[in-house]
Design a protein around this ligand. Structure first.
Ligand code: SF4
Ligand code: SF4
Length: 409
């Protein structure tokens, strides 16, 4: 015979299983992939908090959670927000926009989380953003990026560069097996990085060309502004195909992630091999091609769109180690445990204070290695780490790996 207590528990359990499946709000206006991501948010997070600390390093992993300190600013809280909005338990209001958008989408939480949904956490956040954009509109600064891309095909609002002048300057053909996809940040704000890449390709004798590229779509996808994405992708697919390319090389971590992962997510097929500059250059170098680096001390920052998003950790390190006569010292938080530069996910334009305070933490970590060079492989990381470095007043030189290779080749 069950005891009173057992009977009580069994009644409670019956109530639990009799709870009807939650009725979900209509999300049919979202991109199908984002609809799927939001459904993932319903069931899988077990609120274990593992995502808050970097695996192995046992240090904080989430820049936005550390900055604001409320649950809604960590991955687990954002998943709860998604679930509450989806099941109609939370009404939309302007206050929800801050935790939804003040996330760098660095993906560190994905590397820390051990649950089945871990590789969809950033997708959930991006889907939540699309939902917010469709219901309330994007926050003002993030919206500027969409307006500029709509008008000039880049998020900086500069007149679109068709790259014809660069093609003439470097005497590039109209057709080639390799296309260098420059990316907006290198083409409009970090031109040193673009010029170094062009110079390295020339020195290596690569038969390549440039195309009239439009924004790859990364800043809009990351901020949930998806309306322009199909046109941007179709345009880039067309110009790359017209150039006869078999391989597209990019020196931007954001473009790399988008070309490699988001095109498929949005049902588009580029049909070419996508390589990051570091993986394109490395097999083309042989011993003796690079000058010595004068015993400089170097440390390396993993761009989140290469590392946390795609597990691309080894190749830049192999390229660094290929450079003769340098000392390579790693920071405390590297690879899966690495700390973000602070610039991604629309945070640089939307929440500049969060962007800079996140980057300052990385600068201090680099300082501890006593490095003279803080090296990365992404123009956006270079930009934000340089901005923070100037504010800190540090003698550290923030530089992209391709700029070093160009100097030594
Ligand atoms: S997102 Fe993953 S790590 Fe974070 S609380 Fe949920 S299950 Fe745990
Ligand atoms: S993507 Fe980065 S900032 Fe956003 S919740 Fe995950 S760890 Fe935090």
């Amino acid at each position: 015979m069950p005891t009173d207590r057992e009977e009580h528990i069994s009644e409670k359990a019956k109530e639990q299983v009799e709870i009807k499946p939650a009725k979900l709000i209509d999300i049919s206006d979202l991109h199908p992939y984002n609809q799927e991501s939001l459904i993932v948010s319903l069931d899988h997070c077990i609120k274990c908090n593992t995502c808050k600390y970097a695996f192995g390093a046992f240090t904080p992993s989430c820049p936005s959670g550390e900055e604001f300190g409320w649950e809604a600013y960590w991955a687990s809280g954002r998943i709860r927000l998604a679930r509450a909005l989806l099941t109609g338990k939370l009404e939309w209001n302007d206050e929800i926009l801050h935790p939804i958008f003040a996330c760098i989408t660095c993906g560190s939480c994905q590397d820390q989380c051990q649950a089945v949904h871990n590789d969809r956490i950033v997708d959930v956040i991006e889907a939540l953003r699309e939902l917010a954009v469709k219901r309330l509109g994007a926050p003002e600064n993030q919206k500027k990026m969409e307006d500029r891309v709509g008008k000039d095909f880049n998020p900086y609002g500069d007149a679109n560069s068709t790259n014809e002048e660069l093609k003439k300057k470097y005497n590039l053909p109209n057709n080639a097996k390799v296309v260098y996809f420059i990316g907006c940040t290198s083409n409009y704000r970090q031109k040193n990085l673009r010029n170094a890449t062009l110079s390295v390709f020339n020195k290596l004798g690569i038969d390549f060309t440039l195309v009239d590229e439009h924004c790859c779509g990364s800043p809009l996808i990351r901020t949930g502004q998806t309306d322009l994405i199909p046109d941007l992708m179709d345009h880039n697919i067309r110009v790359i195909k017209e150039a006869g390319a078999e391989t597209v090389v990019t020196s931007c971590a954001g473009c790399y992630r988008t070309l490699k992962k988001d095109f498929t997510k949005f049902g588009k097929d580029l049909g070419v091999r996508i390589l990051h500059t570091s993986e394109f250059i490395l097999p083309r170098l042989s011993v003796g091609m690079l000058k010595e680096m004068d015993k400089k001390v170097i440390t390396y920052h993993d761009p989140c769109h290469l590392g946390h998003h795609l597990g691309f950790y080894d190749i830049p390190r192999q390229l660094i180690n290929f450079i003769p006569n340098l000392e390579f010292i790693e920071m405390e938080r590297i690879r899966e445990a690495s700390w973000c530069c602070g610039a991604g996910g629309g945070v640089k334009i939307g929440y500049p204070d969060l962007a800079i305070s996140t980057a300052k933490k990385r600068i201090h970590e680099a300082e501890e290695t006593k490095a003279e060079y803080l090296v990365s492989t992404c123009p956006f990381c270079k930009r934000n780490l340089s901005d923070a470095n100037k504010k800190v007043g540090n003698p550290l030189k923030v530089i992209d790996l391709v700029e070093i290779v160009d100097e030594l080749l």
